[in-house]
Design a protein. Structure first.
Length: 443
């Protein structure tokens, strides 16, 4: 919260310094037709104490996950963020983590990005990672662009219907500009049929699927990747980083690229964003990767040094050769992911995954509603509700619980399906409390 202490004399002094007599003269080049033509419709200015009170009243309208027992998921998850994250991100050399245009002056940031890339590669089983992306949706669109240029003569992209709806929408939005045709393969009972993928993937550049998928189900991922490869298309997996302590890495079952939303690793919910996207690939696709790649070398004295090895944005190369036109990313938030994953280590990540699996199984057995799908789950289970799921959410929230995500918001015919998410922050007792409330509101 701040204020501008601009007085009339300040304004006149600045106008005089730049050689104009008035604000109107300053903006005379702006056509009248696009000017507002009146003062802004704002309430009277508030004093600092009044403004603080007003902002507090607005903030009180929000309910955070610490005040409401939350089982809301759908791509953004309430995982534990260790205290070390805030400590690391508050350091001055990392807090303004913009593009390191002068590598020799940015060794700390470059080293952190290099370590982040290493962690992402280890998680996904890939050879190379970029320095992070804007979010889990835009990196999916970027990956489709990589596929188009890596599989000559093919412009079709196959998306599975069980892929996050926001990701699908972003890919469809980018597609016309990329010259791509988008085809969707419907799910069957919560998962995707590899035979349907094999049929759709003929003449396709890539197949993009999610593991675990948006419906909370574990896909037959190796079979989907194989179906794509057999058709000559690249297999691209959209994955939850916190699942990779217990689920197989995409690089191990034949995927060419792996990507996802990194929020679950080290970032707060933050009302759905901002977060960060991660993107990794096999080495064959390194020169097509969007964004930046940090590499390690030695200086003239033989000391370890970090450099920008690859820069593929239009700021650095000819526009027509750029692989991304997003000139920023979420370096600070991806460093939060690095701090969290380093803090957990392989064993800690596995324990988090096992906790999610166990709680999801407990929810399936305890909630008392019919699971919508028979497929196995990682940290989300979809349940059929006897009344509209939106009404279930409304009633449950009156009792201090957010019971989950209504799949009918994105899928036709699923207005009675509630997607319940659990993380290591939930307990068996929390799930039992959810079961009690759902029994009350559905009775």
């Amino acid at each position: 919260m701040g204020y501008l202490s601009l007085t009339d004399s300040d304004r006149e002094e600045m106008l005089a310094a730049i050689g104009v007599s008035s604000v109107e003269e300053l903006f005379e080049q702006v056509p009248p037709g696009v000017r507002l033509g009146r003062a802004l419709d704002l309430p009277p200015a508030l004093g600092e104490a009044e403004l603080a009170r007003h902002v507090e009243e607005l903030a009180a309208r929000n309910v955070h996950a610490g005040a409401e027992l939350s089982f809301l998921g759908g791509g953004i998850y309430d995982h534990y963020v260790p205290s070390v994250v805030d400590v690391v991100l508050s350091r001055g050399e990392l807090l303004t983590a913009y593009t390191p245009y002068q590598p020799e002056m940015s060794q700390g940031v470059l080293q952190a990005i290099f370590e982040y890339q290493t962690v992402v590669c280890e998680l996904t089983g890939m050879d190379v990672s970029n320095a992070s992306g804007y979010d889990g949706s835009t990196v999916a669109a970027d990956a489709c662009f990589v596929a188009k240029h890596s599989v000559p003569g093919r412009t079709k992209i196959v998306l599975t219907e069980a892929l996050n709806p926001q990701v699908r929408q972003v890919v469809k939005t980018y597609a016309p500009g990329f010259g791509l045709e988008v085809v969707e393969v419907p799910h069957a009972g919560g998962t995707t049929d590899p035979d349907r993928v094999a049929e759709a993937a003929q003449d396709a550049a890539a197949v993009l699927f999610q593991q675990p998928n948006f419906l909370g189900c574990l896909e037959p991922a190796p079979d989907l990747a194989r179906a794509a490869a057999d058709a000559g298309a690249l297999a691209i997996a959209h994955v939850n980083p916190m699942s990779l302590g217990v689920l197989e890495a995409p690089g191990a079952y034949g995927c060419s690229l792996a990507l996802g939303e990194g929020q679950a690793a080290g970032n707060w919910l933050s009302y759905g964003g901002p977060h960060y996207g991660f993107l990794a690939a096999k080495s064959d696709f390194m020169r097509r990767m969007p964004g930046r790649i940090v590499g390690e070398t030695v200086d003239l004295d033989g000391r370890r040094a970090y450099v920008l090895t690859l820069q593929t944005r239009e700021q650095h190369i000819r526009r027509e050769k750029a692989t991304s036109n997003i000139t920023t990313n979420q370096t600070l938030l991806s460093l939060a992911g690095l701090a969290t994953l380093s803090w957990l280590g392989p064993e800690g990540l596995r324990e988090v995954g096992e906790a999610c699996l166990a709680l999801a199984h407990h929810a399936r057995e305890r909630v008392g509603l019919e699971p919508a799908f028979e497929a196995q789950s990682f940290n989300e289970v979809a349940f059929r509700t006897p009344i509209p799921a939106r009404e279930v959410v409304r009633r449950a929230r009156e009792r201090g619980i957010h019971p989950g995500y209504v799949l009918g918001r994105d899928y036709e015919g699923m207005d009675d399906v509630l997607l319940v998410a659990v993380t290591e922050k939930r307990t068996a007792e929390d799930v039992d409390r959810l079961a009690e409330v759902l029994h009350e509101v559905c009775a």
